[in-house]
Design a protein around this ligand. Structure first.
Ligand code: 3H9
Length: 700
């Protein structure tokens, strides 16, 4: 037997256990072991049925993603499944943890499935830019109908065992002792002489879809907006359609073809990169697992503004009591009313029960008394983005907070070391850059100051995990990872419009590339005033010999702060979020260009794309070389989760690697010749390009 799969007899039931930690992925040894285990059960006259179960914390979480792209090693998964389904003795899948992707496909080849109540099943391949490639798109519709299968396969979201039972995926939800429950279930099958249920031979559940051929077009239309730019969701639909229109064997062939198409596309490479990048980001070389961390039982947030309120919701959502401190009753009432309104909106949409909303609101306590933070294990300051204000707050926190508490600043640009210098405990100070709206956006940038203790990092990262954030550790510099890269990106976007592009052209190019929105629509949404305030603070230090676009400042001088004031880079009809081009802005741009001595010209879409993207990448290269980001994939995670970079392109640094750094460097060098100093190629970009390497090859 393969080392990764064991076979044991329990009475007359052969128990085949997969032991490939951490997630029992279907590596070559597991596939081989499953075949061997089955053969033993089939050949042994003392065995009347078999159970396939996962050792450790989960059933099988899918194919081994790390094997993708390598030469395939026999046996392939198809032949394993074929052997399971054609077994003359019943095979029962016993599910705990997660049965995902190829793992669920194994279950679907079994004749019956049982699960513990906390078990989950799903086909998440679409999230990796793929589709279930081992019969999942053919068997699931035959088991639960095409419509329900489409929902699961195209969303990739798992369902819990009780729901899986309702759908018909799971035959029985068993008690905590899964093995005992599954063996008893198998014994009963034998005793009652139940038939071998082969899903591949079933057909009745497909009838509804056959009578409603419009189902697939309607489904496609329904996902068009959300799945814009993605290949895999549409291929998933095609594959399910094949289940309805073709015999099983033909459908399998079609599925395999579509799977290969997805696998060969750059999208799956980008999405698989994103999967591993997100996990890699949590690994901090000098803060290994096991680093002492403080348990967070209570939290406090200073400031009940948009950010403070959103941050408080994160704690309440995770069941952590949180005190929100404000300066005036009015500001506190306003802030808490917004929190309540946000929750009420979610209740209205049916995504939260009233009871849960009440519970969460009950965890949030508002106060004007700063002394109330005494109990908190972490205090997050979320006041005005101004150094003097932040330092005052930290000096006060230092006097009140209990020893060992983490003192965090929610800043998007400011120097964490300076903030920490206002306290007597810089080791407890860390930056927590939440993204707006803080209760929705997944990204959290943790910012490590020069003296931030490992324990502070370990505590903050554990907390990030608890509140469901994807987090990245950044070094301390102006703008950290995300906003430092954003600055040259926005700079180029504004230069491009001065040179002859329009905001709508730039936004369309970036949107069509796959971003959630272009730079101008994004600024209008975020509000132009914050950036303006920051720019004013830095005006004295700005080098007058470098080109500077005044258009953004002029807009703010006219009170055009974006959507919230009804106008910014665009104008907005009352109650509408649709950006409309504004002749007044065009005039402003033309005037600024004239003032700057710029002759306006036709700017190509290609130039727009390259200048915006390579501005990000060139700064990303500096960030990497300086150690502000630990690895290029951390930069990708930041952009995927914080800035709406298209996931199927893997992130800016991965995308640059795909294009080839030689090409990227060539473009940057050409821009440098044309536009001067701001385009000085980052030394790392130049070096890697000349060595024929990519950012992925860089390590410290
Ligand atoms: C597929 O099945 C295709 C088939 O349809 C057709 C084939 C022909 N492979 O997430 P965690 C690693 S496609 C290899 O931190 P959690 C992961 O990188 C697959 N490695 O744990 C990490 O490694 P490290 C469809 C995998 O408890 C470690 O395991 N399946 C795989 O938070 C722990 O992972 C999926 O897409 C894998 N399949 O969450 C499921 N999965 O420690 C993908 C995980 O070195 N997996 N690793 O950083 C997941 O969604 C989560 O990992 C899971 C556990 C929910 C299972």
């Amino acid at each position: 037997m393969s080392e990764l799969v064991s076979f044991e007899k329990q009475g007359s039931v052969g128990v085949i256990t997969v032991n490939n930690p951490p997630v029992n992925a279907l590596a070559q040894g597991v596939r081989q072991g499953l075949i061997e285990g089955l053969a033993r059960g089939i050949d042994d006259p003392g065995v009347s049925a078999m159970v396939i179960i996962g050792g450790g914390r989960t059933f099988i979480a899918g194919a081994d993603i790390r094997e993708f792209g390598k030469p395939p090693q026999p046996p392939d998964l198809h032949s394993v499944l074929e052997k399971i389904e054609s077994s003359p003795k019943p095979v029962v899948a016993a599910i705990h943890g997660t049965a995902l992707g190829g793992g669920l496909e194994v279950c679907l080849a079994c004749h019956y499935r049982v699960a513990v109540a906390a078990g989950q099943v799903g086909l998440p391949e679409v999230k990796l830019g793929l589709l279930p490639g081992a019969g999942g798109t053919q068997r699931l519709p035959r088991l639960i109908g095409a419509e329900a299968a489409l929902k699961m396969i195209v969303s990739g979201d798992p369902v819990r065992a009780p729901r899986a039972k309702e759908l018909g995926i799971v035959d029985e939800v068993v008690g905590e002792d899964l093995r005992a429950g599954a063996v008893a279930f198998a014994e009963k099958l034998v005793a009652e002489k139940k038939p071998l249920r082969k899903i591949s031979a079933a057909d009745d559940k497909l009838q509804a879809a056959r009578q409603n051929p419009a189902l697939f077009e309607t489904f496609k239309k329904g996902i068009e907006r959300e799945a814009r730019g993605y290949l895999a969701p549409f291929k998933c639909i095609e594959a399910v359609q094949a289940a309805v229109t073709l015999p099983f064997a033909e459908g399998l062939k079609r599925e395999r073809q579509l799977f290969q198409e997805c696998m060969a596309s750059p999208q799956s490479k980008g999405q698989i990169h994103a999967f591993f990048a997100e996990r890699e980001a949590t690994k901090i070389p000098d803060v290994p697992p096991g680093t002492p961390a403080r348990k967070i039982e209570r939290a406090a947030v200073i400031g009940a503004g948009t950010m403070g309120g959103g941050i408080a919701m994160n704690f309440a959502n995770a069941g952590i009591p949180v005190t929100v401190v404000e300066m005036s009753q009015e500001a506190l009432d306003r802030g808490l009313a917004v929190v309540k309104k946000n929750y009420a909106g979610t209740v209205e949409k049916g995504r939260l029960s009233q009871a849960d909303m009440d519970k969460r609101m009950g965890l949030i306590t508002g106060t004007l008394d700063r002394g109330a933070i005494r109990e908190a294990d972490i205090v997050i300051e979320a006041v005005f983005e101004e150094m003097a204000v932040k330092k005052d707050v930290f000096a006060a926190l230092d006097k009140i907070a209990k020893p060992g508490a983490v003192l965090a600043s929610n800043t998007s640009t400011l120097d964490i070391d300076q903030i920490a210098s206002a306290t007597s405990r810089p080791e407890a100070v860390i930056g927590t850059h939440f993204f707006s709206p803080a209760n929705v956006m997944r990204l959290l940038e943790l910012v490590r100051g020069a003296r931030t203790a490992k324990e502070t990092i370990a505590t903050s990262s554990e907390l990030s995990r608890r509140i469901g954030k994807v987090w990245v550790l950044a070094g301390n510099c102006d703008g950290f990872i995300g906003n430092r890269m954003l600055a040259p990106y926005l700079r180029e976007a504004e230069f491009l419009v001065e040179e002859g592009a329009t905001p709508q052209q730039v936004d369309k190019v970036i949107y069509d590339f796959g971003f959630a929105m272009g730079p101008f629509a994004m600024q209008d949404l975020a509000g132009l005033d914050v950036g303006w305030r920051i720019r004013k603070g830095k005006a004295a230090a700005r080098r007058k010999d470098l080109r500077y676009s005044h258009v953004g400042d002029r807009l703010c001088e006219q009170g055009r702060f974006g959507q919230k004031t009804g106008s910014g880079w665009y104008r907005y009809e009352p109650g509408s979020r649709t950006p409309r081009p504004d002749p007044e802005v065009e005039a402003l741009i033309a005037a600024a260009a004239k003032e700057g001595g710029i002759t306006r010209r036709q700017v190509s879409d290609e130039e727009v794309l390259k200048r915006c993207l390579w501005a990000l990448v060139n700064e990303g290269a500096r960030i990497l070389e300086e150690g502000i980001a630990l690895r290029s994939s951390d930069i990708d995670v930041t952009y995927l989760y914080g800035y709406g970079f298209p996931r199927y392109r893997g992130g800016p640094m991965f995308y640059a690697d795909q294009v080839g750094l030689k090409q990227v460097y060539g473009d940057v060098a050409a821009f440098h010749t044309q536009h001067g100093e701001p385009w000085t190629p980052a030394p790392l970009l130049e070096r890697l390009a000349k060595e024929g390497k990519g950012f992925r090859d860089f390590s410290r």
